[in-house]
Design a protein around this ligand. Structure first.
Ligand code: NDP
Length: 276
C-alpha cells in the first residue's frame, strides 16, 4: 500500500520516482507557472512534469532552485519535442532544456511522442545522456506496444517509463500488461481526463462510500494499478485534494467497477494516427 506523498515507485535501475507528481502542461509561463509550482511544493509535491513544448521549463527551474528542499528530494521530468527528434538535435534540445531549467541533472528525460522514422535515433541520444550521467532515468511517452517493441529490439538501455494518457475511460489493458511484463513504469497523463472523468456515477458512488472526492478516487485507482500519476491544477485547494489519496484503499470490486468504465476514449491525440 502506498501511504504517503513521499512514497516512490522504483524504476529498474533503482531510481525512485514519486507515485504522485504535479503536471504543468498549459500553465502559462511566467508568474502563473511559478506560483503553481510554489504552491504545489507547499502542498507536498516533490515531482514535477514539464516539457520543452510547455514553454515553462525556466519557471519550473527557477522555483525549484530557490526552494529550500534538497535537490535529491525533488524529481524533475522533461521531454524532447517532436521537431527536435533525431540524434544530434535531441542532444542539442537536451542542452537547451538544461539551460532553461538550470539544474545539475534531470531525473527523467522522455521522448514526447513516437515520431516515425526518428524515435529510434532519439532513443540512442537518450542512452548517451544516461551513460554520461546527465539524466538519472530515461523513458518514452505516448508509445504504443509496437513502438516499445521496436525500441526494445536492439537498444542498450530499456525505456524505464512510458507516460501515456490513462484514466477510467482509457485503460489500455494490453499496454499496461506489456509495460508490467517489461519492467517499464506506466505514468498517467491527463489522469482526471482533464476534469471530465469526475461526474461519472460509478466514481461518485465510490467516492461517497469513502468520504472522498471523485478526483481522489480516480488518482487512487491509478496507484492501485501500479501507475504513477501527475494531475495538474492551478488551484491550491485542488492540489491538496489531489494529494490526499494516501489514507484510503479501493476494494478489488471498486477497482473492477472503475475498470469497466473503459471505452478506449481519448482526450488527446492517438499515437497511432497523430500527425507529427
Ligand atoms: P488532468 O487530468 O490532470 O486534469 C487537469 C484539469 O482538471 C484541469 O482543468 C484542472 O483544473 C482540473 N482539476 C484538477 N484537479 C481537480 C479536482 N480535484 N477536481 C476538479 N477538477 C480538477 O489533465 P492534464 O492534461 O493537465 O494532465 C496532467 C499532466 O500530464 C500535464 O500537466 C502534463 O504534465 C502531463 N501531460 C503529458 C502529455 C504527454 O503527451 N506526455 C499530454 C498531456 C498532459 P484547474 O487547473 O483549474 O484546477
Amino acid at each position: 500500500m502506498v501511504d504517503s506523498i513521499l512514497d516512490c515507485a522504483t524504476l529498474p535501475n533503482g531510481v525512485k520516482i514519486p507515485w504522485l507528481g504535479f503536471g504543468v502542461f498549459k500553465i502559462p509561463p511566467g508568474q502563473e507557472t511559478q506560483a503553481a509550482v510554489q504552491e504545489a511544493l507547499e502542498a507536498g509535491y516533490r515531482s514535477f512534469d514539464t516539457a520543452s513544448f510547455y514553454a515553462n521549463e525556466e519557471d519550473v527551474g527557477k522555483v525549484l532552485r530557490a526552494c529550500r528542499i534538497p535537490r535529491k528530494e525533488l524529481f524533475i521530468t522533461t521531454k524532447v519535442w517532436n521537431s527536435d527528434q533525431g540524434f544530434d538535435s535531441t542532444l542539442k534540445a537536451f542542452d537547451e532544456s538544461m539551460g532553461k531549467l538550470d539544474l545539475d541533472y534531470i531525473d527523467l528525460f522522455l521522448i514526447h511522442w513516437p515520431v516515425a522514422g526518428r524515435y529510434k535515433d532519439t532513443w540512442v541520444a537518450l542512452e548517451k545522456l544516461y551513460e554520461q550521467g546527465l539524466v538519472n532515468a530515461i523513458g518514452v511517452s505516448n508509445f504504443l506496444v509496437a513502438h516499445l517493441e521496436d525500441v526494445l529490439d536492439g537498444c542498450q538501455v530499456n525505456p524505464m517509463v512510458n507516460q501515456v494518457e490513462f484514466h477510467p475511460r482509457l485503460l489500455q489493458p494490453e499496454l499496461l500488461e506489456f509495460c508490467k511484463n517489461h519492467d517499464i513504469k506506466l505514468e498517467a497523463w491527463s489522469p482526471l481526463m482533464s476534469g471530465r472523468a469526475l461526474s461519472e456515477a460509478t466514481i461518485t458512488r465510490i467516492a461517497e462510500a469513502h468520504g472522498k472526492t471523485a478526483a481522489q478516487v480516480v488518482l487512487r485507482w491509478d496507484l492501485q494499478h501500479g501507475v504513477v500519476t501527475i494531475p495538474k491544477s492551478v488551484h491550491r485547494e485542488r492540489m491538496e485534494e489531489n494529494a490526499a489519496i494516501f489514507d484510503f484503499e479501493l476494494t478489488l470490486e471498486e477497482m473492477s467497477d472503475i475498470d469497466a468504465l473503459d471505452r478506449g476514449q481519448r482526450v488527446g491525440p492517438d499515437p497511432a494516427t497523430f500527425d507529427f
